[in-house]
Write a protein that binds this ligand. Structure first.
Ligand SMILES: [Fe+2]
Ligand SMILES: [Fe+2]
Length: 146
C-alpha cells in the first residue's frame, strides 16, 4: 500500500545534514575556546566566562548529534566546519552571534525534517539543542548591547 503523504527528505539525506550540523558544532566549540582565551577588555569579563560555558555546551551538542547519527544508522563525521577568528573583540562576538543564528535556522529546519521522518526522539534532542542555541544568542546580544 502506498502512503498518500510524500516524505520530503530521505533518511540518508537527513543523516548527511545532521553530520553537517555536527561539523559546525565542533567548529563552534573550537571557536568559543579560542575566543574566550583571547578576548580582552574589562567590559568583556562576563561574556568571557559565558563563552567558556558555550564551548562546553557545543561539545555536548556534538555528542548528542553523534549519538543520534549512530542510532539512525549513519557514521558520525570527524570533520570540522569553518572557524572564524578576529583580533577585535566586538567582531569576535559578532562572528559568534552569526554562528548561533545560523544554527537556530538549521535546527528549526532539522526538527521539521525529523518529525516528517517520524524520528520524534531525534526531534526532541534537536529541540533541546535549539533551546541552548537561543540562550547563546541572547548572551551574545546582551554582550553586544543589541
Ligand atoms: Fe550547539
Ligand atoms: Fe551555540
Amino acid at each position: 500500500m502506498m502512503t498518500s503523504e510524500k516524505k520530503d527528505i530521505s533518511i540518508e539525506d537527513f543523516i548527511e545534514k545532521l553530520n553537517y550540523d555536527l561539523e559546525l558544532e565542533y567548529a563552534a566549540a573550537i571557536q568559543y575556546i579560542q575566543h574566550q582565551a583571547v578576548i580582552s577588555g574589562a567590559q568583556y569579563n562576563n561574556i568571557r566566562d559565558e563563552l567558556a560555558v558555550h564551548a562546553d555546551e557545543e561539545i555536548q551538542h556534538a555528542i548528542q548529534l553523534s549519538d543520534q547519527i549512530d542510532y539512525l544508522g549513519g557514521k558520525p563525521s570527524v570533520n570540522i566546519g569553518e572557524v572564524k577568528i578576529s583580533e577585535d573583540a566586538e567582531e569576535m562576538l559578532n562572528q559568534d552571534l552569526k554562528g548561533e543564528r545560523n544554527a537556530i535556522g538549521r535546527y528549526k529546519k532539522r526538527i521539521r525534517q525529523a518529525e516528517k521522518l517520524d524520528e520524534y526522539a531525534t526531534a526532541e534532542t534537536l529541540r533541546n539543542i535549539l533551546v541552548t542555541e537561543q540562550e547563546h544568542e541572547m548572551d551574545l546580544m546582551d554582550a553586544l548591547d543589541l
